[in-house]
Design a protein around this ligand. Structure first.
Ligand SMILES: [Fe+2]
Length: 330
């Protein structure tokens, strides 16, 4: 017969499994708009990027079908279960200025508050100098292991969004639900995961060094279960996530299962926007699908118009709209 403590732990694990199994991703196609966006672009591309962003915001609010606006305020919330939205065919023209304007407009519509740190160039992702020597780096050539962003930061980063301006390497972003990385864990190991902490450290992306301790799993009534997981191994700093007081064997077992874990794939095509709840999805990328010599050539003298793969990125907390106390307003 189970003791009360054992039964409580077992029902907590069951509740955990049930809730995280409800998380989904949504795929949308804005192809019905891209002709009109191109006409607008031809008339307005001389405008500054911030003006283009606000024009596109208005355009989306006016012309999007209602079913394509349903998820703007819902990504990452427990009740909705939508952990990621991938939109393709937003535009077809390969223009960094258009891609950045569309990216910023959609990030705004999805409640993302982008954060710029002084020590990180985070906005444009492309092959930067010495890229061919690096993996686990968004501007590098090599593969990137599943992780959530900025776990070493004080701030809680709710969202990560990526827009493809160009990808002639055909190397899509991949993303993983945590449930697919815990498939091989026993109930005892899951209980350990639910209560353990880890220390997270910065990598090559940060100029300097930062670290923070976090619970691997947290629960919040608004957001549901959220995860802090980073399986990257930095060439200089080593493992980006280390168990703090036990549980490393659980993280190691999850890492061992990554190669065969079920995962989703974005679209490596101009005009794709992917937004994910940073603590409900882990993102990754294989080695770029070009030769190391080609990568070296492009990284030596990179330009936004010639680099073979150019993505724009935003990451930050969910935008908070302060509710007015209407009893005081009249
Ligand atoms: Fe990342």
């Amino acid at each position: 017969m189970k003791t009360k403590n054992t039964a409580d732990a077992s029902s907590a694990v069951d509740d955990f499994r049930e809730r995280i199994n409800k998380e989904t991703c949504i795929n949308l196609d804005f192809g019905y708009l891209n002709g009109a966006i191109e006409s607008w672009w031809m008339r307005n591309n001389h405008q500054p990027t911030h003006v283009l962003k606000f024009q596109l915001l208005s355009f989306f609010q006016t012309y999007l079908r209602s079913e394509d606006t349903l998820y703007f305020d819902k990504v990452g919330l427990a009740d909705e279960g939508v952990a990621a939205v991938c939109i393709k065919n937003i535009f077809r023209l390969d223009s960094p200025k258009l891609a950045l304007a569309a990216h910023e407009a959609l990030a705004e519509l999805f409640y993302l508050t982008d954060i710029k740190y002084d020590y990180e160039e985070h906005k444009a992702l492309y092959l930067k100098p010495s890229a061919e020597q690096y993996k686990e780096w968004g501007n590098g050539y090599g593969d990137i292991t599943p992780h959530s962003d900025d776990l070493y930061e004080n701030m809680h980063i709710d969202y990560l969004a990526l827009t493809v301006c160009r990808d002639t390497t055909h190397t899509p972003t991949t993303y993983y639900f945590p449930r697919d990385l815990i498939d091989n864990l026993s109930d005892d190991e899951l209980e350990t995961l639910l209560t353990m902490q880890a220390i997270f450290t910065s990598g090559k992306n940060v100029n300097g060094f930062k670290e923070r301790i976090r619970n691997i799993v947290t629960y919040d009534p608004l957001y549901g279960y959220q995860f802090s997981l980073d399986f990257r191994i930095d060439q200089h700093c080593g493992e980006r996530m280390r168990a703090l007081n036990g549980g490393q064997h659980v993280l190691d077992k999850m890492r061992a299962g990554i190669a065969h874990a079920r995962h989703h794939v974005s679209t490596a095509q101009t005009g794709t926007f992917l937004i994910m709840a940073n603590h409900k999805i882990l993102h990754a990328r294989p080695t770029l699908n070009i030769s190391v010599d080609t990568a070296r050539k492009h990284s030596a003298t990179p330009t936004l118009s010639t680099t073979p793969r150019l993505l724009f990125r935003s990451k930050g907390p969910r935008k908070y709209y302060y509710p007015l106390d209407e009893s005081l307003a009249s």
